[in-house]
Each structure stands twice: as structure tokens, then as C-alpha cells.
Design a protein around this ligand. Structure first.
Ligand code: GLA
Length: 348
């Protein structure tokens, strides 16, 4: 029987730093314990046969197929990229088992692509680094799937490990792993509203950022002085979008410091400010999510915010361990369509 090559990748939650990863700024994602595992067996022909424990019927795709807005596209794009990098010479049989919810803003697609690339790397014994695989995974999203995302998700699922947050500079790809505290949890709740990054609203925010970039003559909106943006004559909504990027970047730097210092109150306040900025300046929240975030805080979380690309998906809330059980029960009783997904926490 042909040999199967195993690989896995975790889901990720971004603690703070939204829409900064294509504007030259910092992000602070953390790996979740929910993850995706797969086994890959190379084939000699040019077919991809994909099985998932969630779907009973295997999907067969030809390697020359174009993306069709279906879940197998991500694996197909990854196989094509693996061939372009010399890791594979033909198709593959892949069996996937994933606990990462799809359309929740937890990087299920990045995890699938990165895991396929990691398995393909073991097939060829090639020396590609995890950072190079993350860049390759982003090419699959941008060029094959038509999702104009930044680099955060791919870097997080390729390199982050549960128990630590990754303070990542998306301009240089330098990062520091910061241990999470064991005294608190970063609880991830699905709002009950699903969304897709290729549906247009993510792209329209990116286009508004492009208008601001052209106006200020820089790729790095995050590095601009917020006061200068505020008083500039850049038309709305691009001015507000740029202001979000610059202030959000500063909040990530402060949040990384707060996490290192164990200053949970400070971290929570920054999460609350980040949510307000996503709601008021970047306009990617929804009233139902604002209500969930507000109640999370009113019921005892130190801070809470929408996480991921926006327009649905998950929130993340910073909660003291001793309060978590009651807090969660109370919050879910008031928001029955919300759902507990996972909690990121440290061990010390
Ligand atoms: C999605 C994208 C990321 C990032 C976030 C917003 O998750 O894939 O690149 O832009 O949205 O922070």
C-alpha cells in the first residue's frame, strides 16, 4: 500500500490586530486546540481525491480545474502550489479530519492549505521552512481562491503552538511567542453568524485601504501618525479605515507588552477599544455581535471583541478562570445562537 504522509494545523484566534496584516502592521494570533489533521498519499495521475470525515462522499478534482467556490478548492490550490514548488509530481489522495468550524473566522481554510503543504513537504523531504510554506499558502488564497487576505492566518497556523500568542510583524514576518497566562482564558464564541472572505465585503475594506495608501503614498497605513490621518483631507470612508489601522497597530504593540507583563486589565481594555474601532471606524461588526461583545463584558469578561475578518464569525473574550463557568452559562442563556468553540490559555 502506498505510504501516507500525515500533517496537522491548528485553528487560530486573533487576540487583537484586525485588518493590519495587509497594511504593514502587527497582529497577535494564538493557536487553538481545535485542529485539522490529514493524511496524504501521492498519486501518479493528475487527480485529487479528497475525503473528509464530515462528508461521506469523496470529492474528485482534476489538477487543471479552476476554483469553484467549494471546500475542496483549498486543497486543490495547495496541491497545485506543492507541484509548483517541486514537492509533488502529480495528484494525491487526501483524508481530512477537522474540528475547526468553517466560516467562523478561525482559519479553517489556511489550516487545510498549510497542512497539505506540510504533508507534501514530507513527501519530497524538501527544505522549505514553515515561513516559506505560510507564504505559499497565502499565494493559494490570493491567486487561486481569489481571497485577498493578508499573511496572519497562514503564519499563525504554520508556526503557532497552543499556549502562546504570536506577536507577528506582518511587514518583516519577525515574531515573538508570548506565553498566555494560566489564570485567565481567551474564550472563543461563535456568534451564530457565518461569513466567507470571498463574498466581497473583505475586498471592499481592502480597496478602501488602497485608496488611503495611494493618498498618503505608503503601503504601511499602520505606521502613520493617527493625528495626521485625522486632520488629513482624505475623503471618508478611507480616512476612518486608515485611522483604524494606525490605532489598531499601536494597540497590538501595547497588548503584547501587557501580555508579557501579566497586565490583564490593560489587555482587556485594549480588546474593548479594538472592538469599538472595528465597529465605528472599520465598520466590520454587526449589531448582533456588538450585543454579544457588550454582554460578555457586562457579565464579567475583562475585555471582548470581534475576531477575524468581520461581518460574522467569532468573538474572543478575556475571562478570569474562576468566573468562566458562570459567565459562560449566563452569556449563552441570553444569546442562544452563540456557541462555545474553544479557549486559548497558558499552562503557567
Ligand atoms: C482574515 C484574513 C486575515 C486578516 C483578518 C483580519 O482572517 O485572512 O489575513 O486580514 O481577516 O484581521
Amino acid at each position: 500500500m502506498a505510504k501516507s504522509f500525515a500533517a496537522s494545523a491548528p485553528g487560530r484566534v486573533n487576540l487583537i490586530g484586525e485588518h493590519t496584516d495587509y497594511n504593514g502592521g502587527m497582529v497577535l494570533p494564538a493557536a487553538l486546540s481545535v485542529s485539522l489533521r490529514l493524511g496524504l498519499t501521492p498519486r501518479e495521475d493528475r487527480q485529487l481525491v479528497l475525503k473528509s470525515t464530515e462528508y461521506t462522499k469523496p470529492v474528485t478534482r482534476h489538477l487543471t480545474d479552476v476554483a469553484q467556490a467549494v471546500w475542496s478548492d483549498a486543497a486543490l490550490g495547495a496541491i497545485r502550489e506543492a507541484i509548483a514548488l517541486g514537492m509533488l509530481t502529480g495528484g494525491a489522495n487526501i483524508t481530512v479530519s477537522s474540528a475547526i468550524p468553517v466560516g467562523a473566522g478561525l482559519s479553517s481554510s489556511a489550516a487545510l492549505i498549510v497542512a497539505v503543504l506540510k504533508a507534501a513537504r514530507s513527501v519530497s523531504n524538501a527544505a522549505w521552512t514553515d515561513v516559506e510554506l505560510a507564504l505559499a499558502a497565502r499565494r493559494v488564497e490570493n491567486d487561486f481562491l481569489g481571497v485577498p487576505c493578508g499573511i496572519m492566518d497562514q503564519m499563525a497556523v504554520a508556526l503557532a503552538k497552543p499556549g502562546a500568542a504570536m506577536a507577528l510583524d506582518t511587514k518583516t514576518l519577525k515574531y515573538r511567542l508570548l506565553p498566555l497566562p494560566a489564570s485567565h482564558q481567551l474564550v472563543v464564541l461563535h456568534s451564530g453568524i457565518s461569513r466567507q472572505l470571498n463574498e466581497g465585503r473583505y475586498a471592499s475594506r481592502k480597496q478602501e485601504c488602497d485608496i488611503a495608501k495611494a493618498h498618503f503614498g505608503t503601503q504601511d497605513l499602520c505606521l502613520l501618525d493617527p493625528e495626521m490621518i485625522k486632520t488629513s483631507d482624505l475623503a471618508q470612508p478611507a480616512r476612518s479605515r486608515a485611522l483604524h489601522c494606525a490605532t489598531e497597530h499601536a494597540r497590538v504593540l501595547a497588548a503584547a507588552d501587557a501580555l508579557e507583563a501579566g497586565a490583564m486589565k490593560q489587555l482587556g481594555s485594549l480588546m474593548n477599544e479594538s472592538h469599538a474601532s472595528m465597529r465605528d471606524l472599520f465598520d466590520i461588526s454587526l449589531p448582533k455581535i456588538d450585543a454579544l461583545v457588550a454582554d460578555a463584558v457586562a457579565m464579567g469578561a475583562i475585555g471582548a471583541r470581534l475576531t477575524g475578518g468581520g461581518f460574522g464569525g467569532c468573538i474572543v473574550a478575556l475571562v478570569d478562570n474562576s468566573l468562566r463557568e458562570d459567565w459562560l452559562a449566563q452569556l449563552l442563556a441570553k444569546h442562544p445562537s452563540a456557541q462555545f468553540i474553544d479557549a486559548a490559555r497558558g499552562s503557567r
